[in-house]
Design a protein around this ligand. Structure first.
Ligand SMILES: Cc1cc2nc3c(=O)[nH]c(=O)nc-3n(C[C@H](O)[C@H](O)[C@H](O)COP(=O)(O)O)c2cc1C
Ligand code: SF4
Ligand code: SF4
Length: 273
């Protein structure tokens, strides 16, 4: 966890006030020498968003002891490429046998730290089931649970679908994926309005970034419904104490490729002027 501290290199500061102006929580003021500092209680309000450090034109402000020169370069990429990626991403329901490589796992974990959360709280936790071996164990536990579902249960439809898929040699619940991302939310740190949204944002970012790495993903609502019903399944996900399961995303190397993107209409969008 990065500490909430502000350090300004006096000689470098040009007193422009940009850090004060951009502070989301109005935490900062100028001191007598026109050097930014926390207001009384500013530190408590601070979201640790780092905007003050990121906006400084002179790299004069360090947040939490971090060096501004160690920050990444700002780049917004290419809008045409991004839209192509968004249109090309598909829910993947066929995966190769291989596990994700360590390099792929490292890239995904780096990215997950950059999804926004309400009030910048460290609200979302992830568990990454990273091997087919472990996934097969979870698959077995899941199907054992599903077998106990009775005809009067709302999950019975899933049981019937799973049996039909099995007859076709397919895994309905995890789509044969070798990996699974488990997003959970810390109900103490996440603002209540953000508890549903924060994990979903992170998984949405993950889905697109994974596609850019040539990986396939699928939002796994069926597995979520089962894990919420059967503690034996949820126990496999090592969700930290105080956190509750939010959503699951299966992923792996796709064993299918698409030749074109879908055609969709924009008639669900209302522009208000
Ligand atoms: C679910 C959600 C709700 C948010 N609500 C607000 C809001 O009401 N007002 C606001 O100024 N920022 C809001 N934010 C922005 C966060 O405060 C911001 O993402 C966080 O401080 C990190 O800053 P960054 O997005 O610049 O990295 C929200 C973000 C999320 C994910
Ligand atoms: S880290 Fe964000 S909230 Fe904290 S002082 Fe800087 S700009 Fe303000
Ligand atoms: S943005 Fe940088 S240069 Fe401007 S007042 Fe803040 S610390 Fe000084």
């Amino acid at each position: 966890m990065i500490q909430r501290t502000i350090t300004v290199e006096k000689e470098a500061c040009i007193h422009c006030g940009l850090c004060i102006r951009d502070c989301v929580a109005a935490c900062l003021e100028f001191d007598e020498e026109k050097i930014p500092r926390y207001l009384p209680e500013g530190e408590q309000r601070c979201l640790a968003c780092q905007h003050c450090m990121l906006v400084c034109p002179k790299g004069a402000l360090s947040f939490g002891g971090l060096q501004p020169e160690q920050c990444g370069t700002v780049s917004y990429g290419n809008h045409e490429e991004l839209l192509k990626l968004i249109k090309s991403r598909r829910s993947t329901r066929a995966y190769k046998k291989e596990d994700l490589s360590q390099e792929q796992l490292d890239k995904l974990t780096e990215m997950l730290a950059y999804a926004p959360t309400g009030v910048n709280a460290p609200s979302v936790r992830f568990s990454l089931v990273a091997t087919r071996k472990k996934m097969d164990k979870i698959r077995k536990i899941t199907y054992d649970c599903l077998n106990t579902v009775r005809a009067d249960s709302p999950l019975f439809i899933i049981k019937e679908m799973a049996e039909a898929s099995k007859r076709a040699g397919k895994d309905l619940v995890y789509r044969g994926a070798p990996a699974l991302v488990v997003a959970s939310v810390d109900t103490k740190t996440a603002a209540s309005v953000c508890q549903t949204v924060d994990p979903v944002i992170a998984l949405s970012y993950l889905e697109l970034y994974a596609a850019s790495l040539g990986l396939g993903t699928v939002w796994d609502g069926i597995a979520v419904a089962l894990a919420r019903t059967f503690p034996e399944i949820e126990a496999q996900f090592q969700i930290p104490q105080g956190c509750k399961l939010s959503f699951l995303m299966a992923l792996g190397i796709p064993d299918i490729s698409y030749q074109r993107t879908p055609q969709r209409t924009t008639d669900r969008i209302t522009i208000i002027r």
